[in-house]
Design a protein around this ligand. Structure first.
Ligand code: ZN
Ligand code: FE
Length: 257
């Protein structure tokens, strides 16, 4: 897309950095050198190295929830880029203390030339939020959903009810089908193995399991997913009621692969 020389560049690329055993840190950026936004930095050092190698300047950190594997890298990133904004749920200020901009569901703000929409998605934690970026710069839009929606699964219910998780997943499932879905963990193979055991005659699930296992065999990420793919193959998204979701979540919690 052509842009006026004076227009702010639109960040249309999302890159993922695998860290710890199965976490992903996401980076939203445009051309290099330039500004970048990081989502859910579990740790700092691999992120600093990754950004510096590409001459990317950290301008903001987004947090989906307070768990350490989503915020642990923030203090060190701020030492490196003290001017970076820290955007998180204002309701979770006590547990995400370094925030410079508190947000809540329904809020919209501008970041790297894009509009970011905040969606409340309680269930995994009480104040879990997701960030949705509508399509821009020729991409299909992006969803950063932390530990709420996983490829083929959903987060454990640590602080919420099946009703809350059901409503949260339905809100995400209502986003446009082509939206790229960036989940914070590489759990896809385990989720789909479980789903294939739960629904053994489901063709869409078994086909997705096959492509997922092939990617993992080559140590490739299975992300991004899309909203359309989750609608088709994610049993938690397909659950027609909180009661069905509760039942599935109970099975998954006890499942031993
Ligand atoms: Zn979590
Ligand atoms: Fe996590």
């Amino acid at each position: 897309m052509q842009q006026a020389a004076t227009a702010a560049p639109i960040a249309s690329r999302v890159s993922l950095i695998p860290v710890l055993s199965d976490n992903y840190v996401f980076v939203l950026h445009g051309d290099q050198p330039g500004p970048a936004v990081v989502v859910d930095p579990a740790v700092a050092e691999p992120v600093i190295t990754w950004l510096e190698q590409r001459q990317l300047e950290l301008t903001a950190i987004l947090h989906t929830h307070h768990h350490h594997d989503h915020i642990g890298g923030t203090p060190q990133l701020l030492q490196h880029w003290p001017q970076a904004a820290v955007i998180a749920s204002s309701a979770d200020l006590a547990r995400i203390p370094l925030q410079t901009q508190g947000v809540q569901g329904g809020d919209r703000f501008e970041l790297l030339g894009r509009t970011v929409q905040v969606i409340d998605v309680p269930g995994h934690t009480a104040h879990h939020i997701a960030f949705y970026l509508a399509p821009a710069g020729g991409d299909s839009g992006h969803l950063f959903c932390g530990d709420t929606l996983f490829a083929g699964g959903c987060g454990r219910l640590f602080e919420g009810t099946p009703e809350q998780m059901h409503r949260s997943l339905q809100q995400l499932a209502a986003l446009p089908g082509p939206t790229q879905v960036w989940c914070a963990h590489e759990y896809t193979a385990g989720n789909l193995r479980w789903a294939a055991a739960e629904a053994p005659t489901d063709r869409a699930i078994s086909e997705r399991l096959t492509t997922t296992l092939a990617l993992r065999e080559q140590e490739q990420p299975t992300l991004p997913s899309t909203i359309a793919l989750e609608r088709a193959t994610n049993l938690f998204v397909r659950a027609e009621s909180p009661e069905v979701l509760r039942h599935l979540r109970g099975h998954k919690d006890l499942w031993k692969g």
